[in-house]
Design a protein around this ligand. Structure first.
Ligand code: ACO
Length: 309
């Protein structure tokens, strides 16, 4: 098995509040808070990029883990906002961090971090990598139409990272579920040659609740745990109403839920690791990660916090 031993985050300093948006869009703070739970988001400045944010989060995670960087054999950068099409943004992060390891971008939108965690777990627990660095990083403000009130209110920028190492049996990633329904690709996309995201918000909402409920349940079944045992639920921070609906269906008490959507909005692949890092689980806590995103993709993982070593 493998476990998370260190985490890091990086957030741009620029803030965009609902009041700021009221000045340029036909919207209100009340509407945004009631429909989404979002109050403000962080927005990349001229020197912030997916690579710079990922590098900062990755460096903090490595320092937090105490792991010798020369033992990191794999870097996975989950992002839907690479700095350029070729090569992968992960290669710049690898170079910035002075790592000597395989590195690639992972495209599973907001499910990307949990997809990456499950990939890293597969390699680390079988000895294919001594340690792995999984990062979720996004500059989504580049791909929302400033004039589109239905998407601009939702998204923010940021990054977070985790270092994965082998763990004792019963600790680390106990069970997971990855899924995708490509027939729903068109409900949330940036079409070829287009710059901005388009979204059928109601359809995303409906499918997100269904997919996450099933995925979280399947991951818990594989881990052999019940919803009542979960100490910390870390859902993708897309909309408080989506999160509430999932918790009700899965049977998780709201007091167990990590929530930072009010401060950062939806940061896609960075959202789950950001919320996880800020929640600071205790050793032995049973943590449930659950996300959904464009594709539609979904992903869940049940983690017993700590390495048990
Ligand atoms: N301010 C004010 N009014 C608005 C705004 C706004 N920002 N946006 C839409 N409206 C209006 C609509 O035009 C509509 O008006 P109408 O009734 O006159 O037509 C009305 O508000 C209701 O709009 P709905 O779309 O029905 O509002 P809904 O309650 O569904 O909320 C929302 C919209 C917040 C987008 C919701 O559907 C949602 O969160 N969906 C999921 C989105 C999501 O999670 N996306 C990210 C996926 S993750 C990834 O991979 C990136």
């Amino acid at each position: 098995m493998s476990a998370i031993v260190g985490m890091g985050t990086a957030l741009p300093t620029g803030r965009l509040t609902n009041k700021d948006l009221e000045a340029t869009l036909d919207t209100t703070d009340e509407w945004i808070v009631e429909r989404t739970g979002i109050r403000e988001r962080r927005i990349a400045g001229p020197h912030d990029t997916t690579v710079s944010l990922a590098t900062a989060a990755g460096a903090e995670a490595i320092a937090d883990s105490g792991v010798d960087p020369t033992t990191i054999d794999l870097l996975i950068l989950a992002t839907l906002t690479p700095v350029q099409q070729l090569p992968a943004s992960a290669v710049y992060v690898q170079d910035n961090l002075g790592l000597q390891c395989g590195a690639f971008d992972l495209g599973a939108a907001c499910s990307g971090f949990v997809y990456g965690l499950v990939m890293a777990n597969g390699l680390v627990e079988t000895g294919g990598a001594r340690a792995a660095l999984v990062i979720g990083a996004e500059v989504l403000s580049d791909c929302v139409d400033p004039a589109d009130r239905s998407t601009r209110i939702l998204f923010g920028d940021g990054a977070a990272a985790a270092v994965i190492v082998p763990s004792a049996p019963g600790h680390g990633i106990l069970g997971s579920d990855l899924g995708c329904d490509g027939s729903a690709a068109a409900i949330l996309e940036i079409a070829r040659d287009e710059k901005y995201v388009t979204m059928d918000g109601k359809e995303v909402f409906r499918r997100a609740v269904r997919a996450c409920t099933q995925s979280a349940t399947d991951a818990m079944d594989r881990a052999g745990v019940r919803a009542g045992e979960i100490d910390l639920f870390v859902p993708h921070q897309a909309n408080t109403r989506i999160i509430d609906a999932i918790m009700e269906r899965v049977g998780i008490d709201a007091s167990k839920c990590a929530m930072n959507i009010a401060d950062y909005g939806n940061t896609s692949a960075a959202s789950i690791p950001l919320a996880l890092a800020e929640a600071k689980p205790n050793d032995g806590d049973l943590v449930l990660l659950c996300g959904f995103g464009a594709g539609m993709t979904w992903a869940s993982a049940v983690v017993r916090w700590g390495t048990g070593q």
